[in-house]
Design a protein around this ligand. Structure first.
Ligand code: VGL
Ligand code: ZN
Length: 196
């Protein structure tokens, strides 16, 4: 069984959103088309409380895109984004959701960020995604969505460590920093991941 994980295709990550990824909207028609090729389609949603510790607004004197230490882990500070129940946290209007069988939310604990759809950044808590996929008999996982260099990359790396054959769909993802994504792609290949 194969599964498609659609990562964080939420309004705040699209042009006009609070943490916009350049051309993030252009991948949506392709993601919609792809969905019929998979046995199982799931999605993740970045779902922060308004006072999340990854928000620069919570750290006076610091600015978005600076790195600090948050509860012992390096943390890039972001503009406020994907606040629970706000329009920016909702899925892109154009994203097809009729085949999405389950949605895994992450980033609810303000003390720790959560890039991967499987675990928080400290690997303290699971989201349940791995158990869900295993229970459904999934052996192969493809990952798409936003942003390539953060949540897509970390989801794909954790998918490998959970034992799934894993690929990143390059035409169905966009990076916040495309240069950083180049080195992350190499790390993913070295761990046994596939790029499609
Ligand atoms: C993401 C930064 C902060 C992502 C989420 O979805 O890639 N990036 N929160
Ligand atoms: Zn976030």
């Amino acid at each position: 069984m194969n599964a498609l994980i659609i990562v964080d295709v939420q309004k705040d990550f699209l042009p006009g959103g609070r943490l916009a990824v350049a051309d993030g909207d252009t991948i949506i028609p392709y993601i919609n088309e792809l969905q019929s090729r998979y046995d199982i389609v799931v999605a993740t949603q970045d779902w922060h409380p308004g006072d999340h510790g990854s928000f620069a607004s919570q750290h006076p004197g610091h600015s978005p895109f600076e790195t600090i230490v948050l509860n012992g882990l390096p943390q890039v500070l972001w503009p406020d984004h994907c606040v629970q129940e706000t329009d920016g946290a909702s899925f892109a209007d154009k994203l097809r959701t009729d085949k999405i069988g389950a949605i895994f939310r992450k980033g609810m604990d303000k003390r720790i960020d959560s890039y991967s759809g499987f675990y928080d950044n400290g690997r303290l808590k699971k989201t349940g995604l791995s158990g869900f996929l295993k229970d459904m008999g999934v052996d192969e996982v493809h990952v798409c969505g936003l942003a390539a260099d953060y949540c897509v990359f970390f989801t794909a790396m954790d998918s490998l460590s959970e034992g799934f054959q894993t690929g990143i769909l390059l035409d169905a993802t966009k990076a916040i920093d495309p240069r950083q994504f180049e080195s992350k792609k190499q790390a993913f290949l070295q761990r046994g991941g596939q790029l499609y």
